[in-house]
Design a protein around this ligand. Structure first.
Ligand code: HEC
Length: 274
């Protein structure tokens, strides 16, 4: 009993709900008041042109999952039967049945649900079926992303690894629909564990490379600090069309919070390097 509905919009909604990088124009978030670091900052890095990308870390192999069944029970003019669950049906379901996406709903960044569906240039270049980037487009995306990065006035210094750990663990923030995140009660997190294994005291996702021992493996030096700041601020600077969120460029994290997360990755006292 599928009714006709604006499938294209719905598919876009479905993609958004599935957690693909979606970001609308957001207001600049004020920087936090400088936090006193409990650990000495071992090195600083002056803002400079994009540095070379270091050798990649090991990528974790995802665990084998059982093949998903794509058949669902449908009830239509042919009666009750099993039928393949198509993208169109999923879109139909999300729009018609779940009440999950309201285009007029307010977002935490002061826009609407509809604004969140509008793609920016990088999202446009990275969207579509089997996107194959040529070198020119890759370079263009890298450049556009690098141009969004703003560096802290005092240079890149490691912040407080304990605050960074809390941020890395938290997936709170910017969620709308049924469970609206109230930023006045709790600040947005960095959500790093959703995709990365980082320390051994919590299980992380497998979408991104394992970051366990990051500081010990990579070493603390200005180039590495800048590289890591850039990746967290806007990963497309080095990885065009990355799945990783643009935490700095989209004002999810402040500069200070990025440096706190970096302390979690680099600090010898952090569980990441124990
Ligand atoms: C939605 C998934 C996702 C989230 C969330 C995410 N990352 Fe990533 N990250 C990736 C992927 C995937 C890569 C590999 C680069 C690529 O191919 O896009 C990556 C790469 C990196 C790298 C570079 C690794 C290298 O080889 O040098 C660092 C550092 C990193 N992530 C740190 C973080 C931190 C810190 C956070 C939290 C602020 C975070 N990531 C959140 C998916 C994610």
């Amino acid at each position: 009993m599928l009714k006709q509905s604006p499938i294209a919009i719905a598919v876009a909604s479905a993609l958004m709900l599935a957690g693909t990088a979606v970001a609308g124009p957001v207001a600049d978030k004020p920087m936090l008041v400088a936090q006193a670091a409990t650990t000495p900052a071992p090195a600083t890095a002056a803002p400079a042109a994009a540095s070379k990308r270091p050798a990649p870390l090991r990528k974790r192999a995802p665990e084998a999952a059982p093949a998903p069944s794509n058949e669902v029970m449908v009830f239509d003019s042919k009666g009750v039967r099993l039928a393949p669950f198509s993208a169109a049906m999923l879109a139909e379901h999300l729009v018609m049945e779940t009440d999950g996406f309201d285009h007029k709903q307010a977002t935490q960044e002061g826009t609407t649900g509809r604004d969140r569906l509008a793609q920016d240039e990088i999202q446009r270049l990275c969207s579509g079926k089997n996107v194959k980037l040529d070198d020119k487009t890759t370079a263009r995306i890298n450049e556009m992303a690098a141009a969004t990065i703003k560096y802290p006035e005092g240079g890149i210094k490691l912040g407080d690894w304990k605050k960074g750990r809390e941020l890395a663990w938290s997936g709170f923030g910017f969620r709308t629909a049924h469970q609206v995140d109230d930023h006045s009660k709790q600040g947005p997190g960095a959500n790093c564990y959703n995709c990365h294994q980082i320390a051994t005291d919590r299980t992380g996702g497998t979408l991104g490379p394992e970051l366990t021992g990051y500081g010990k493996i990579r070493g603390i030096n200005p180039d590495m600090l800048k590289y890591t700041y850039d990746v967290i601020y806007n990963p497309h600077t080095y990885f065009a069309c990355s799945n990783m969120p643009r935490s700095g460029a989209k004002a999810i994290l402040t500069q200070q919070q990025i440096m706190d997360v970096m302390a979690y990755l680099f600090d010898p006292e952090s569980p990441v390097n124990k």
